[in-house]
Design a protein around this ligand. Structure first.
Ligand code: ADP
Ligand code: MG
Length: 228
C-alpha cells in the first residue's frame, strides 16, 4: 500500500483537523530515543548480561550518541521524515556492533524509504512501522516467539494497524504501538531463545527478558512521546 503523505481528510466534521507528524517530530523522536537509551543503558547491559554478552546497552548508547552528533552537525535542516530516519539508519549501522546494529539499521532504512515525505498521517505511521518490522525480519529471519526484538515489533505493528483502522491520530497510533511493544517485551520473559546469541543458552534463556525487545519498546515509547 503506497502512502503519499497527503492527509486524506476523511470524515472530519466539526472543525477538528487531521493531525500529521513531520520532520520536527522525527528529530524529536531521535533525541528522545537517545535520551531513553542513555537512561536505560545499564538496564539493557544487565539484560544482555543475563542471556547474551552484555553489550546491548553499550552498543545502542554509542550508536545514539553518534546519531545526536550527526543531527547537531547538519548544515541544512532535513526536509523529510525519511531524511532523519535515514541518518539514524546509516549511523546505527556504522556505530552499533553486534546483532542489533544491522537489525536496527535495516529497520530504520526501510522505514526511511516509506517516509520520503514531509508529513505522516496515521496510515503513514503504520507503513513506517510495518517497513521497520519487515527490515528486521528480512535481516534476522526470526519469527515471533523466538525471543527477539521481533516479539516487540510484531504486536506493535498489529496494534498500530488496529488503532489506525479505528480512526486514531498518528500520536495515538504510536502510543498503541509502544504499549503493545512493552507488553511484547515482557512476554519474552518465559520464552526459550532460538535466534541470536541467547539461543546458545537453550532452555536457560527462559526467565529473562530479551534485551532487543526491551530496547525496541523504549524506542517506540520515545516515538509516541515525541508525538504527544
Ligand atoms: P549481540 O547478540 O551480537 O551481542 P546485541 O546484544 O546488540 O547483539 O543485540 C541482541 C539483541 O538482538 C537480542 O536481544 C535480540 O532482540 C536481537 N536479535 C539477535 N538476533 C536476532 C535475529 N536473528 N532476529 C531478530 N532479532 C535478533
Ligand atoms: Mg549482546
Amino acid at each position: 500500500m503506497g502512502q503519499d503523505g497527503v492527509p486524506d481528510g476523511t470524515a472530519e466534521g466539526g472543525g477538528s483537523s487531521v493531525t500529521t507528524l513531520d520532520v520536527t517530530w522525527a528529530q524529536a523522536w531521535t533525541r528522545a530515543a537517545a535520551q531513553v537509551v542513555a537512561e536505560h543503558r545499564d538496564e539493557l547491559v544487565e539484560l544482555d548480561r543475563q542471556i547474551g554478552d552484555g553489550d546491548h546497552g553499550e552498543n545502542l548508547h554509542r550508536g545514539f550518541t553518534a546519531v545526536l552528533a550527526k543531527l547537531d552537525g547538519l548544515t541544512e535542516p532535513p526536509g523529510q521524515v525519511g531524511d532523519v530516519l535515514k541518518l539514524v539508519a546509516t549511523t546505527l549501522m556504522s556505530t552499533v556492533g553486534g546483532a542489533a546494529g544491522p537489525l536496527y539499521g535495516t529497520a530504520f532504512l526501510r522505514a526511511a524509504k516509506v517516509t520520503a515525505t514531509e508529513r505522516l498521517d496515521a496510515a503513514g505511521v503504520v507503513a513506517m512501522l510495518e517497513a521497520a518490522l519487515e527490515g528486521i525480519v528480512v535481516r534476522g529471519k526470526a519469527s515471533p516467539g523466538e525471543k527477539t526484538m521481533v516479539d516487540a515489533w510484531t504486536p506493535a505493528v498489529h496494534a498500530a494497524v488496529e488503532a489506525a483502522d479505528g480512526g486514531a491520530e498518528p500520536a495515538a497510533v504510536l502510543a498503541a504501538a509502544a504499549t503493545a511493544a512493552e507488553e511484547g517485551a515482557v512476554a519474552t520473559d518465559p520464552l526459550v531463545a532460538t535466534k541470536g546469541r541467547a539461543s546458545y543458552l537453550g532452555e536457560r534463556s527462559a526467565g529473562h527478558r530479551d534485551p532487543g525487545a526491551a530496547s525496541s519498546a523504549l524506542l517506540l515509547r520515545a516515538a509516541a512521546e515525541a508525538a504527544a
